[in-house]
Design a protein around this ligand. Structure first.
Ligand code: FAD
Length: 478
C-alpha cells in the first residue's frame, strides 16, 4: 500500500439521503488502485474469521446508506489518483476517467476537446462509479440508453482483490455484472466512456398539458421519431399557484399575454421538457426543426416557454438549485425519494391512481416522468427494467423538513411512498424500483425475478465472501 494512503477512523455519513448513519471502523483514502486491491485482498484473506466489509464511497449521494459499511472499511473513491483523465479523439472518441471522478469534471475536461459524454444524469456532482453502479438515467436515455450503455471498458477490483480489465469482448460477464450491479461484484477504478461532439448551445423548451393521455402520447411519439429532440423529460405539477410566472425567470413565453392569463392553481398539469442541441451557426435550421416538431404536439398553446442557454449551463442546471438550497440549509435534509420504472401499458392506470389522488400536491419536491425505449438499452447489464419495449421513469424527488410532523415531514412522505408501492403491487402494475432499496433477500429476489440466479452466480464468482457494498443489504457477509 502506498505510504500516502491514509486510514482514519471517522464517520462518513451519507450527504444527501441523510437518514442512515452507520459508523465504519476505518476510512481508506486510496492514492492508487493497488491501495484498493491490497485492502480488499487482505479482507478477503481473513476469510470467515472476520465480518469486515468494504464499501466504495463515491460522492455518497445515494439515499439509504448504500455507500456505508457498518463497522467496516469505507473507501473514499474521490481520493483515488490514477493517471490524468485521458481523452481520445477519432472515429469513436472516448475518455478514460477514474471511478471517483465527478461527472461535472469529466464534462469540463472533455469540452476542452470539443467532446462530451452522450448520456447524463440530471445532476452532475456524482461519481462515475456511483452512477454506473445504478444506471445513470436522464433525458438523453431514450436516444443513447443510460450511462451504463455508453461504456467501452472498465477496470475493476473484485471482491477477491484482483484488478481486472473488462469490456464487451474481455471478461464480459464481469463487465455486464458491474454495470448496474449496485457495487456487488467489484469496485470500478477506471471507466472508458464514449463521447460525441459537444454542442455549444441548447434550445430548452417547456409546455403544459392538462390531460395525461395527450401528454404521454406526445412523449412517446417524440422518443420514437427518428429526428427528434436531444433531451426529453417531463414533470407532474399538482395544484401550483403562479406556475408560469415562476418560469419567466429562466424561460420566455411565446405568447406573453395568453401566458399571463393561464391559471395553474387547483389543476394537475403535465409539463413536457425538451431540448435541442445546436451550434450558433446552425441556429436557423435548428429553429425550423424545432418549430416543425412542436407543430405536431398537442400541448396548451399559451404555455409554450422557450430559452437558449449554453450547453454546460443546461447540463449543470440542478447545481444552481443546490447552491440556493444549501444557502437555506435545505440540501442536507432527508430525501425520501421513490424512483419507479413503469411499463407503458400501465402508465395511464398508474397516473390516474397516483397524481391528484394518492398525491394531492407536490410541494415536497419535483415529480419527473418520461418514457424510454428499451431497444436502446443493453439487456446484458445487471439493471432490472420492466418487460415492455417502452417504460417510464417516474421519480418522486421529495425533501422532508427535519422534525416536521406535517405533510412535509419524513413520516408522511414515507407513508405516501408506501401507498404508491402498495397500489403498484395490488394493481399488478409490473413496476420495478430504480435505485432499489429493500430490507429482505426475498424482496431482492422478487426485484430481480428471473435475473436473480445470474446475480447470485456473479456474486459467488466475483465476491464470494460478500465483502463489497454491504449498504445495499442484498447479501450477508460470509
Ligand atoms: P454513492 O452514493 O457514493 O454510491 C452508490 C453505490 O455505488 C454504493 O453502493 C457504493 O458502494 C457504490 N459505489 C460507489 N462508487 C463505486 C465504485 N467506484 N465502484 C463500485 N461501486 C461503487 N440518478 C440517475 O440515474 N439519474 C438522475 O438524473 C439522477 N439525479 C440525481 C440527482 C441528485 C440531486 C442526486 C442526489 C442523485 C441523483 N441520481 C440520479 C441518483 C444517483 O445516480 C445515485 O444515487 C448514485 O449512486 C450517486 O452517485 P454517488 O457518487 O454519490 O454514489
Amino acid at each position: 500500500m502506498a505510504t500516502s494512503a491514509l486510514i482514519i477512523s471517522i464517520s462518513q455519513p451519507g450527504t444527501f439521503g441523510n437518514r442512515y448513519h452507520f459508523l465504519p471502523l476505518a476510512v481508506l483514502h486510496p492514492k492508487s488502485v493497488s491501495d484498493i486491491s491490497t485492502t480488499v485482498k487482505h479482507v478477503f484473506k481473513m476469510g470467515s474469521t472476520s465480518q469486515l466489509t468494504v464499501a466504495a464511497r463515491g460522492h455518497s449521494h445515494s439515499l439509504q446508506g448504500q455507500a456505508q459499511a457498518h463497522q467496516g472499511v469505507v473507501i473514499n473513491m474521490e481520493s483515488l489518483q490514477g493517471p490524468e483523465m485521458q481523452i481520445h479523439a477519432g472515429e469513436l472518441p472516448y475518455v478514460e476517467a477514474s471511478g471517483g471522478d465527478l461527472w461535472i469534471n469529466i464534462l469540463h475536461e472533455t469540452l476542452k476537446h470539443g467532446l462530451a459524454p452522450k448520456s447524463w444524469t440530471d445532476y452532475l456532482h456524482l461519481t462515475v462509479g456511483g452512477t454506473l453502479s445504478n444506471a445513470g438515467i436522464s433525458g438523453q436515455a431514450f436516444k443513447h440508453g443510460p450511462q451504463i450503455n455508453n461504456i467501452y471498458q472498465l477496470e475493476v477490483v473484485t471482491g477477491k482483490g484482483e484488478v481486472v480489465t473488462c469490456s464487451e469482448k474481455q471478461n464480459a460477464e464481469l463487465f455486464y455484472g458491474v454495470l448496474g450491479g449496485l457495487g456487488q461484484f467489484g469496485i470500478i477504478t477506471r471507466a472508458r466512456i464514449s463521447l460525441e461532439p459537444a454542442p455549444k448551445m441548447v434550445k430548452w423548451i417547456r409546455v403544459l398539458y392538462d390531460e395525461f393521455s395527450k401528454f404521454s402520447n406526445d412523449q412517446e411519439r417524440l422518443i420514437s421519431s427518428k429526428d427528434s429532440f436531444d433531451y426529453i423529460e417531463g414533470l407532474v405539477i399538482i395544484n401550483r399557484t403562479g406556475l408560469l410566472n415562476n418560469w419567466r425567470s429562466s424561460f420566455n413565453p411565446k405568447d406573453p399575454l395568453q401566458a399571463s392569463r393561464f391559471i395553474s392553481e387547483g389543476k394537475t398539469l403535465y409539463c413536457l421538457e425538451i431540448a435541442k442541441y445546436f451550434n450558433p451557426d446552425e441556429s436557423d435550421i435548428m429553429n425550423q426543426k424545432t418549430e416543425s416538431l412542436l407543430s405536431e404536439l398537442n400541448y396548451i398553446p399559451s404555455t409554450l416557454f422557450l430559452s437558449e442557454v449554453p450547453y454546460v449551463e443546461f447540463l449543470d442546471r440542478v447545481h444552481l438549485s443546490e447552491i440556493k438550497l444549501r444557502s437555506k440549509g435545505l440540501w442536507e435534509i432527508p430525501h425520501p425519494w421513490l424512483n419507479l420504472l413503469i411499463p407503458r401499458t400501465k402508465i395511464n392506470e398508474f397516473a390516474q391512481a397516483v397524481f391528484g389522488n394518492i398525491l394531492t400536491g407536490n410541494s415536497n419536491g419535483p415529480i419527473l416522468i418520461y418514457p424510454v425505449n428499451k431497444s436502446k438499452w443493453n439487456n446484458r447489464t445487471s439493471l432490472i427494467t420492466p418487460e415492455e419495449e417502452i417504460f417510464y421513469q417516474v421519480a418522486f424527488l421529495s425533501s422532508a423538513m427535519p422534525s416536521s410532523t406535517g405533510k412535509d415531514g419524513l413520516f408522511h412522505i414515507l407513508a405516501q411512498n408506501q401507498r404508491i408501492l402498495d397500489f403498484c403491487s395490488k394493481a399488478s402494475i409490473g413496476a420495478k424500483q430504480y435505485l432499489p432499496h429493500y430490507s429482505t433477500q426475498e424482496e431482492w429476489q422478487t426485484h430481480f425475478g428471473p435475473q436473480w440466479e445470474v446475480f447470485v452466480r456473479r456474486k459467488s464468482t466475483y465476491d464470494p465472501m460478500a465483502i463489497l457494498a454491504p449498504g445495499q443489504r442484498i447479501f450477508r457477509r460470509k
